[in-house]
Design a protein around this ligand. Sequence first.
Ligand SMILES: [Zn+2]
Length: 424
Amino acid sequence: MLVEDGLIRAVGEVDRDGADTVDAGGCLVLPGAIDVHTHVFGGIRDDSRSALCGGTTSALAFVDALPGERPAEAARRTLADEMPESLIDLAFHAVIWEPQAYRRGDLAEAAALGVGSVKLWLAYLELGIQADDDVALRVMQEAAELGMVVLAHCENGRAIDVLTRQLVEQGRLGIDSLPRSRPIELEAECVHRFLVLAGLAGATPYVVHLTGRAPLEEITAARGRGQTVHGEVCTHHLLFDRSHHEGDDAVRYVMTPPLRTGDDQQALLDGLRDGGVSTYASDHCHLRLDRDKLPVLGDFTRIPTGMPGIGARLPLGFGLLAPEQLVEVACAAPARIFGLCPRKGAIAAGSDADIVVWDPSVPSRLTMDVINDGLDWSPYEHMPVAGSIRHVLAGGDHVVADGRFAGDQHRGRYLPVSRVLETA
Ligand SMILES: [Zn+2]
């Protein structure tokens, strides 16, 4: 392919006269990956460097609001303060962070900035971010008018609150209480309810971090009724099972929803392979072990949930899926669902020159040097990888060359979503 001015100019027989050449002999060449589910603000420089090292050249990122801040204000502040530090291209997800403060028009204001999606938390009563059905329905009605995708964290927060309080009253504060307080039935019930409400509102629902068979079956059933539904699986739910919530290392695996059984992992993997699951994401959180997690080790209700993984996601994906399947769920489908086509997610004339050269003949291992996110741990450290990244181009810049990061001077760009700009 011929790359010029940050774009792919031509694919196939190209005129190489005067051009620098990147040799991809024996390698796979794929579009720069897109991580749909990331919490990068606050650590954007480190996280975006890790992303590039792992072949992820674009991401969608949650724009957390400050107290009292409306979604569009949060997006404007993030554009000004965080975006200049990003080494990858970013589109934004608005968040409903204070559900009681939501008012109609909040989403239209965000859409006018090119924000094409919004996230609801249907759990986390204790954090004050849980949207109950009334707010969730109103948010979805406005999102439907604007053509915004609605993402939801699906767990029944009120039932989880009861179970959590009972465990705390019994003095059972160990991390093994985490899965007991958040059974998969309460995830599946919430997926069902979310999809019903989205159907009533006419909105496009996207279920984040599915963890197993029962919630996935709710998506399959809704599709069987004719509904368009997107479902996402994250790296940790594929690679780890619920035994990781017990034992000395359990603090490394604190996330919500929690880890499930081997059968659930198999259901997720089958879903990624057969189209039952739409996307493969990281749910990357910029959390340190020493500062954020270990000080509150003795109380599962106080340990910040989530783990880093933006750089590990794509390399680990080669061990899980065939390359064509991986490109679909990690590159192409993310661009289609979130309105970034044809600029992203494809190797085609006119698309951004975001390109990964993957060498399947050189197995590697995820060391902290490779992950390169500035954090003091990774749940994926030392894991074997079924190949290695040889080159990454981001917007035509050669940001990983012969396996070494060279992208400090590269800058990411904001990706406004034209679908919502036309509607708002
Ligand atoms: Zn998340």
